[in-house]
Write a protein that binds this ligand. Structure first.
Ligand code: ACO
Length: 471
């Protein structure tokens, strides 16, 4: 910056320099040693590691991952049991509420999902953008933000909540053609337990203080995902069918036909397996945003953004492209050898936490094989190639580096068999993970503390400012 640039505001420059002199007099010259390195323990002892590896960010009762034993449970229930006996509806309820629903609770929850799946107004907003030309995850993130009625009512000045305002219903309770009106507080606003009003017998407003928005998202993100699928094909979105299950509706809205029982179950199991997974990058991203007391739609939008990366949810799409590149089981050995020689990471393998076989891949592998048996030769070729690549990677890396298939490895094969476009694999991951994101966010904000880690400064100190004409 040129000192002359501030000729007309020299008083301000003086003022800043005075403040600086005062500060330096009070603080003294900070040496590198005093602020970094081992002294970074002040004010608390902390672990310093890139990627916060091993750091504990919070307590949680939502789910448990044991990476060395290969265990995964949601609210204490083993993932294998949940996949064997439960449904995504039950599992998402379990994650949010902490217990499996009774028959009555499940019926009421399913009815909420039925209602919230219809999102004409959000879809109308979405369709006013060239979604077909967008990255599918970008479109999903945009659609999720539209769910919070940005351009409808709740961000408008007159919609700002008064202190005693109640929680309102979802945007889609507002008819599409009517002028925006309604109650003034957004359902997406976070409320900590202590702020909630006592539940009266007549009212379910307590739910609206956070849970209602979670239901809205769990039901709505699939509708947006399916609409994006259709818009990418140049087609209009399908309306959800009220009599279908969550998985059944996703399949229907994406493919335009009702699933067979096998297709519905396969998708349901895949959804259960992706619903939650500890303090992964997208969950952490959602929680960081929530911890600022932003809102749950922004929070889930951040989860979607983080999930998009090829090191996280974006790997499932890459796996499919990799299999196409390998071409056939016969090429697997050569392809793996060459990739490893180039030090490339093979999509769908390895995990920050699992140093053994990922339990989700233990289910998805056989499920893919089962669902692909007897089908068209290209799908057969895909699964055979995937199995051969797995054998090759395991024999090269399992013992030495503890590299095994992860959840993304077989999900792409399964989704391809279900007729889903590879560009929609990662959005489909988000469709499921929204349950984990919302459950963990809701849990965390009950005792919220804004996330604020520190960085270990490794730069230089006490550099003298050089005017631009002397640089
Ligand atoms: N293929 C080949 N080698 C691998 C792979 C892989 N997929 N993953 C890790 N390795 C090797 C690394 O090269 C490294 O070797 P080195 O010690 O000789 O340098 C060693 O294993 C340790 O790997 P890191 O990258 O340090 O492991 P990290 O925990 O940081 O990364 C990650 C985990 C990001 C998932 C990594 O394994 C990877 O990039 N995998 C491919 C992408 C992928 O499948 N992501 C989905 C993960 S699951 C999920 O997010 C839903």
């Amino acid at each position: 910056m040129n000192r002359n640039r501030h000729q007309e505001t020299t008083e301000i420059t003086e003022l800043i320099l005075d403040a600086a002199a005062k500060a330096r007099a009070e603080i003294g010259v900070v040496s590198k040693q005093a602020a970094t390195g081992k002294s970074a323990k002040w004010p608390i002892d902390c672990t310093i590691g890139p990627g916060l590896e091993g750091a504990i960010a919070c307590e949680s009762k939502v789910g448990y991952v044991n990476g060395s034993a290969g265990l995964l449970s949601y609210r204490g229930y083993d993932i294998f049991e949940l996949c064997a006996y439960s449904t995504y509806e039950e599992v998402s309820y379990l994650l949010l509420h902490g217990h499996l629903p009774s028959a009555e609770e499940l019926e009421a929850y399913e009815q909420k999902l039925v209602n919230y799946r219809h999102m004409n107004q959000t879809l109308r907003l979405l369709m006013s953008f060239p979604v077909e030309k967008m990255n599918a995850m970008a479109a999903l993130r945009m659609g999720t933000i539209f769910m919070r009625q940005e351009f409808t009512i709740l961000d408008q000045e007159e919609a700002k909540p008064g202190l005693d305002d109640a929680i309102s219903a979802d945007e889609d309770s507002i008819a599409m053609e009517t002028k925006p009106s309604g109650e003034r507080r957004a359902i997406y606003e976070f409320k900590q337990k202590k702020q909630r009003k006592k539940k009266s017998k007549k009212s379910n407003r307590d739910d609206a203080s956070g849970l209602e928005a979670c239901y809205h998202l769990i039901a709505g993100v699939p509708t947006i995902t399916a609409a994006i699928t259709r818009l990418r094909q140049g087609m209009m979105p399908y309306e959800p069918l009220n009599e279908l299950s969550h998985a059944g509706n996703i399949f229907y809205m994406m493919n335009g036909r009702r699933p067979t029982p096998i297709e519905e179950r396969v998708l349901d199991v895949a959804l259960i397996l992706h619903a939650d997974h500890g303090m992964n990058a997208s969950t952490f991203a959602s929680m960081v945003v929530a911890s600022t007391m932003s809102d749950i739609y922004f929070s889930v939008g951040s989860g979607i953004a983080a999930l998009n990366g090829p090191l996280h949810g974006g790997a499932n799409e890459r796996v499919l492209h990799t299999m196409r590149e390998v071409g056939s089981p016969e090429n697997a050995k050569k392809w793996v050898k060459e990739s490893l020689a180039k030090n490339e990471k093979i999509p769908g393998f390895g995990h920050r936490v699992y140093k053994t076989y990922d339990p989700r891949a233990r289910i998805l592998g056989p499920l893919a094989k089962f669902h692909c048996s007897g089908c068209a030769s290209d799908i057969q070729n895909l699964i055979n190639t995937a199995e051969k690549v797995e054998d090759e990677v395991i024999s090269s890396l399992a013992q030495e580096k503890k590299i095994f298939p992860n959840v993304d490895y077989y999900s792409g094969v399964i989704y391809t068999r279900l007729g889903i476009d590879p560009a929609m694999f990662t959005p489909l991951f988000a469709v499921s993970r929204v349950a984990g994101w919302t459950a963990r966010v809701l849990e965390y904000i009950q005792k919220n503390r804004i996330f604020r880690p520190r960085a270990l400064y490794t730069g230089t100190f006490n550099r003298e400012f050089t005017p631009i004409d002397k640089r």
